[in-house]
Design a protein around this ligand. Structure first.
Ligand code: SF4
Length: 423
């Protein structure tokens, strides 16, 4: 008899082989308990973590909330601190932190998720994370060279929400909303109103622009923070972009995995992975952000095949020491995020107290390169004011020439001669 080619081969389980005795009761597979085990493992896998620190914070300040509430990102957004009164419930504000609220003319709104507040030191205004999100009076000091649009993004914007600066890629600003506002934000001009998302209809001009420009092979979706939008909106956007044949890769720029890890749900990740090749650049500031919750969020994304890179802004008295930066880079690699860019702080209005010198950035790169894994060394860039784009900076390793040899300095400042001539 001819075999049906579509018929599947059934390989008997060794325990059920006809030549052997049936399995004894003790080794018999109890399907009901197997299913039970399987379901339990699914539940454990799907259960979002809450660290001890956040749990203690939740029980103190949100005694009515359940862990389910806490792990719901909508709950986190609804319960974010948005005013001095709300913030003062959780941390003891210093004089410098209270003053911005007395002036009533703050340019960047305050918003911090309860999860991120739980990471703040209640008594220490010098703590790195606290400095990056709690307003201080220094924000009102304007320094030479500062600008509300320091990178001239509006100048390079052919249609609303699109910045087309480099030949083959565009930046698509799809929302002005973030779950937590960084006090040094380059896009203060855009996120300033803490309004909700700008809406699907307002993307149409941008999508049409990308469709009509076949040279655009790479779209960076940013804002604001695109992952603060509902899944349906994110999916609508990704599916529209994916339907444009010349768009080869899509990147998402976000700080959500660091400030609102509860947002990285399984449905979100399952949706995102339909739109590969998809990359994600995650904004991290300090190693104290790498909590069990953040690790879990990044693992979910990485397991969905999304390559993760980090973006970090170099900030005075926050992360401007070699050891502090090295620790952050090491922690990122441990959660499968590859350090990508270290940015010199842009001269946005009111950011003077955050800016370091460029020498400081070079000192940090010098302290990383050769002293730790190459994977842990980000590219240090200055985004040129006025719209010149990213300019990478490296310490001086090429120190000159001698008799046809290039003189090169290694990480220990020793000079080596490379025979740099053709035979
Ligand atoms: S997450 Fe990005 S866009 Fe939002 S406030 Fe921070 S720097 Fe600005």
């Amino acid at each position: 008899m001819e075999k049906n080619p579509t018929e599947k081969l059934v390989i008997p389980h060794p325990e059920l082989s006809e030549e052997e005795e049936p399995p004894s009761q003790s080794t018999y597979i109890d399907e009901a308990s197997l299913l039970d085990e399987y379901l339990k493992s699914r539940i454990d896998r799907d259960k979002t973590l809450i660290s001890e620190r956040s749990l203690a914070f939740m029980q103190t300040y949100f005694p009515e909330a359940t862990i389910k509430d806490w792990n719901n990102w909508h709950w986190q957004i609804r319960n974010s601190a948005r005013s001095i009164e709300q913030l003062a419930r959780f941390i003891r504000l210093s004089d410098n932190e209270v003053k911005p609220f007395e002036t009533k003319s703050q340019s960047l709104p305050l918003r911090i998720s309860p999860y991120y507040i739980s990471l703040l030191d209640q008594d220490n205004p010098e703590q790195a994370l606290r400095k990056s999100v709690v307003p201080v009076f220094d924000e009102f000091l304007v320094h030479d060279g500062e600008n509300s649009d320091p990178l001239s993004e509006e100048h390079d914007s052919p249609v609303p929400n699109i910045v087309h600066r480099y030949p083959d890629r565009v930046l698509f600003l799809v929302t002005g909303f973030c779950s937590t506002y960084c006090r040094y934000c380059t896009r203060t001009r855009m996120v300033a109103k803490d309004k909700c998302h700008i809406g699907i209809k307002s993307w149409e001009a941008g999508l049409n622009y990308i469709e009509q420009h076949p040279e655009v092979r790479d779209v960076l979706v940013s804002g604001g923070d695109p992952l603060t939008m509902p899944d349906l909106h994110v999916e609508y956007l990704l599916s529209r972009l994916r339907s444009i044949p010349h768009v080869e890769i899509i990147r998402i720029g976000t700080k959500v995995p660091a400030v609102l890890p509860q947002r990285i749900t399984r449905p979100l990740v399952n949706m995102l992975k339909k739109y590969h090749p998809l990359y994600m650049s995650i904004h991290f500031t300090h190693a104290d952000e790498i909590t069990p919750e953040v690790k879990e969020a990044c693992e979910k994304l990485a397991n969905a095949g999304i390559p993760l890179g980090s973006q970090t802004v170099l900030l005075k008295n926050v992360n401007d020491e070699v050891e502090v930066m090295k620790k952050l880079m090491h922690e990122l690699l441990k959660i499968r995020v590859r350090p990508y860019y270290l940015y010199q702080c842009d001269p946005v209005v009111g950011s003077g107290h955050f800016r370091t010198t460029i020498e400081k950035g070079l000192e940090i790169i010098r302290g990383l390169r050769g002293h730790t894994s190459g994977y842990a060394v980000p590219t240090y860039v200055v985004d040129a004011p006025g719209g010149g784009g990213k300019i990478p900076l490296l310490p001086e390793y090429f120190v000159g020439r001698e008799d046809g040899y290039a003189l090169l300095k290694n990480y220990e400042d020793k000079i080596f001669r490379y025979p740099d001539f053709t035979q």
